[in-house]
Structures are given as C-alpha cells and as structure tokens.
Write a protein that binds this ligand. Structure first.
Ligand code: NDP
Length: 304
C-alpha cells in the first residue's frame, strides 16, 4: 500500500500518522510542506499535481475546515476545503484506481428525534459546515471512485483544541460551570478513528467489496453536560485537584449559549454497519475519555 495522508497535523491526522505507518509506505502532508509538494486543499492544481506525482494506492483525507461557527461567514473557504477539494481527490482516486478514505460528521443531519442516525437516513444540515461536509460526501460518491467515508462526532484528542481539553482546564480553574444538556452524542477519540481506519484498510486488501459510507463513533451516549461531569469525576479519581466538582456543573439548554452556527440536538450515530462489516466491537465512549485524561496527566506531571 502506498498511502498519501492529507491533514497530518489535525486531531485525526496526527493519530493516523501512527496507525497507518505499519501498512506500507506513508507520505504524510500538512498544509505546508518542503520541496514544493502540496498538501494544501485550497490549491487544487498543485494538489492534483502532487497526487499524480506520488501515485498513491490509498488517499486518506483528514484535512478539513472544522471551525463550525466561522464557516457561517467564511463560506467560500469552507466550501473549497470541505467540498471542492474532496471532489478533486475523488476524481484523482478514480483516475488512478486508488481508494479514497474521507471523514464526515453527524452535522449533516438536522438533529431531530432521538434515534441514532443510520447511514441511509435523510441528511438535512442546519449549519453551513454541515452543508459543506455533505457536499463533500456527495461529490465523492458521485465520482464512482472506491471510497470509505467515516461519519463521526464529538472528536477529541490529546492534541488540538476540543471540548475535553477546554473542560479539563475549566474544571481545574473555575468553581462552577454551566454546560449544555440537551445535545446528545458520543465523544469519539481520534485514536479510535485512526485505529479503525487502519483495520478497515487492512481489510480492503482481502475484501474487494469493502467500500462505502460508515458511521464510526464510540458506543453509548451522553450530553455535553454528562460528558463534563464524567471528566470531573475522572479527574477526582485520578487525584487531580479540581474546583468544579461534578455537582457544581450545572445543566443548561442550548438556548442559554447562542452560537453563530446552530448545533443538532441529536448527534447520535449508529455504527452497527461498521461493526458488522469489520467484525469489531467499538468501545464505550468513557473508556477513551478516561484514558486520554490519564495520559494527559502523565505527560503534564512527569514527576508522578
Ligand atoms: P482538526 O481541526 O483537528 O484538523 C483539521 C486539519 O485540517 C488541520 O490539521 C488543518 O491544518 C487541516 N487543514 C485546514 N485547512 C487546510 C487546508 N487548506 N489544506 C490542508 N489542510 C488544512 O479536525 P479533526 O481531526 O477533528 O477532524 C478530522 C475529520 O473529522 C474532518 O473531516 C472533520 O470534518 C471530521 N469531524 C470532526 C469532528 C470534531 O469534533 N472535530 C466531528 C465530526 C467529524 P492546520 O493544522 O494547518 O490548521
């Protein structure tokens, strides 16, 4: 396998560098790279030339415009990165008979109801980021290239800015917090997404039919409020001095925190199709969160 990884410095991209390395030759690109090689998804001609030059058998696109609120204003750039660039990647994958791996989001749904969304459910994004991600998915599917699209949600990692990092800091520093309790989903670790991607890629070598759209989230569900309380509880159990104990984290509705981009209330995704196709069992969301907190502590407090 010759893998071209785009977006190597993002939460998922960083973990993919680790998880994909044993699968073959890995060419990992960030937005800026030496020697005129292009990993910038806004430079479509240069990106095309790079793909033709590298000649990958697999293209993994972990790059995206992920600033959900900013996307409401910054529409052209969000669309270029999330929709037009993936379309180009798909065209090139089709032309070179390469497999394209891409990531999408529960934000392509409108968040209605309380049943976990399945792959075939009707997409109806309620913010511009979601609309661009849906356009990216559609463009990939319409080229006919062999692809794996993984829809995920509430991504966290030790690296990058995310709810887990922000909450950990606030719980340590503030004596009380208000956190939204009417948006429900599953926190999903970048490590898990990368590991499952590697498992899927291995399986594509034995199973030429393996392709398509798959939900990929940790199991179980919680609200942002339940997530924050779990983080406070873990930190307490790990003997981290905190200010905002779980009982001092107050639930508030989404309407208490107006944001430029609307958020879906129901972010639940059903990963049954992926579990059956890859014959694996996705772990509970709490497992990865607790581990990530423990590792964060290990690396920030080396004397322990
Ligand atoms: P991050 O925001 O952590 O990483 C995105 C990466 O894309 C960054 O490394 C960024 O580069 C890169 N990027 C941005 N613009 C460009 C560009 N013009 N050219 C090349 N690279 C660019 O995202 P995640 O790792 O969290 O997300 C991975 C995937 O998962 C994305 O497809 C995202 O839509 C999807 N997803 C994410 C969720 C989340 O909660 N984060 C939820 C659901 C789905 P730089 O480091 O230089 O800024």
């Amino acid at each position: 396998m010759k893998i071209l990884l785009l977006g190597k410095n993002g939460q998922v991209g960083w973990e993919l560098q680790r998880a994909l390395a044993p699968l073959g030759t890995l060419v990992s690109l960030g937005r800026k790279n030496p020697n005129g090689i292009c990993g910038d998804l806004t430079k479509l001609d240069d990106l095309r030339a790079t793909i033709r030059d590298v000649k990958p058998t697999v293209i993994v696109n972990a790059a995206a415009y992920t600033a959900v609120d900013r996307a409401e204003e910054d529409r052209d750039l969000a669309n270029l990165i999330n929709a037009e660039a993936p379309a180009l990647l798909a065209e090139e994958a089709q032309a070179q008979a390469a497999l394209l791996v891409h990531y999408s989001t529960d934000y392509i749904f409108d968040g209605s109801g309380n049943r976990p969304w399945r792959e075939q459910d009707l997409a109806a994004p309620i913010n511009y980021y979601g609309a661009t991600k849906l356009a990216g998915e559609s463009a990939i599917r319409s080229t006919g290239c062999r692809h794996l699209i993984f829809r995920t949600s509430w991504v966290y990692a030790a690296r990058g800015s995310n709810f887990l990092g922000t909450m950990t800091k606030l719980i340590e520093e503030r004596d009380s917090l208000k956190v939204i309790d009417d948006q429900v989903g599953a926190p999903t670790g970048a490590e898990l997404i990368a590991d499952v991607t590697a498992i899927a890629l291995r399986q594509t070598q034995q199973d030429s039919e393996l392709a398509g759209l798959f939900n990929l989230v940790a199991t179980g569900e919680t609200s942002w409020h339940g997530y924050a309380q779990f983080v406070a509880d873990c930190l307490q159990r790990q003997n981290v001095p905190i200010q905002a104990t779980p009982d001092r984290i107050e639930p508030v509705p989404t309407t208490a925190w107006p944001t430029p981009a609307k958020r879906p209330l129901n972010s639940r995704l059903d990963s049954t199709k992926l579990e059956n196709s890859l014959k694996l069992q996705l772990p509970a969301w709490q497992t990865g969160v607790e581990r990530s907190l423990a590792e964060r502590r290990k690396f920030t407090k080396p004397q322990d």
